[in-house]
Design a protein around this ligand. Sequence first.
Ligand code: CTP
Length: 411
Amino acid sequence: MSVLNGKKVVLGISGGIAAYKTASLVRLFIKAGAQVQVIMTPASKDFVTPLTLSVLSKNPVYSTFYDKEVADSLAPSEEAKELWNNHVELGLWADIMLIAPATANTLSKMANGTCDNLLLAVYLSAKCPVYFAPAMDLDMYKHPSTLNSFQKLLEFGNIMIPAESGELASGLSGEGRMAEPENIIAFMEAHMRQQLPLCGKSILITAGPTYEAIDPVRFIGNHSSGKMGFNIANRAAELGANVFLVTGPTHCKPLYTSIQVFPVVSAKQMYEKCFEWYDKMDVVIAAAAVADYRPKEVASQKIKKAAENFVIELEKTQDILAALGAEKQHQLLIGFALETENEIENAKAKIQKKNLDVIVLNSLQDEGAGFGKSTNKITFIDKNFTVEPMELKSKTAVAVDIMDKVCAYFK
Ligand code: CTP
């Protein structure tokens, strides 16, 4: 899924021939899952029609502070308030603003705080990141006054999407043509990903149950659905982390293709997969409900029904989290504890025993918490034994809380 998904984009179009490419740009934003609000300078309407952009963006296109023609057509008693295109509201609505094409004239006005059209007023009101994609002839692109505008705008914290080289509308060839719409989107996505709080961090998450074989057709397992671990993995991916999800048998699917999923069945396989990646990880979150015991012998053939009573001898599985804790170097290690009594004390003991940084305590005494449910009620306890009880929430919201803790650790 694109980082642009769900983002509110204000696309400001100024008057250059490259404005005709903004139809594709709007389509690409919509395809990426963004909402688009187009604002045009009066001059840009000579190059592309507001109707085209309105249809593609599924929104009205604004270019003036006040829709005079519509206002004039209203009866005196009718409300004219909504005809005022509130630049402050538009600026605050945006998660991102892109000015493309950004002509030498508009760039100069932006650099100097001139505010003689709606686009410039929205730019001055915007609190979000502002990208600009210059478009002009090659000599204009190199002119000291244009370079001066670029420098000022970069100093203000705006982000420049450099022009590309090639054939220009003037017939000349050189640097100055607006970056192609696909390249603008790729630039913005890459830049936005870099700004994510966990960009460059690698996170290993365990999820789901483990199945411990009795014979070729039977196993010892538990009711873990895997939902909590998958929700954590999804959130970690949204925050820009490289996510490695080692999961026992589950029907859950990750939301994002960027999540690397390693399906395993038994505790032993989960242990081996975790240790394969452990050195390279910055964070490990053990949300799996790992079986504590497995049959000592696994029958090679299906066990036939015979005696009235049947006893299976069990042996301990490896405690994956405790082993990770014992070999911890730089990693932030977060475990879960599922308790039914003396919850806080038991969880604190697990922090020490498994050398954890944080434990996420689930009490089965809390209504709405536990296996198979889509809600959870957790309490955070850190290695200093600070106890932080949380409200009952959806597992998606709990995953947000858990990943907020991780982000805070890296701040
Ligand atoms: N865990 C693990 N490997 C195991 C058992 C548990 O990695 N063999 C991890 C779980 O993923 C969880 C944490 O250890 O993050 C605690 O699991 P829990 O079942 O609450 O505790 P146990 O250590 O198994 O202790 P007990 O069942 O006695 O409460």
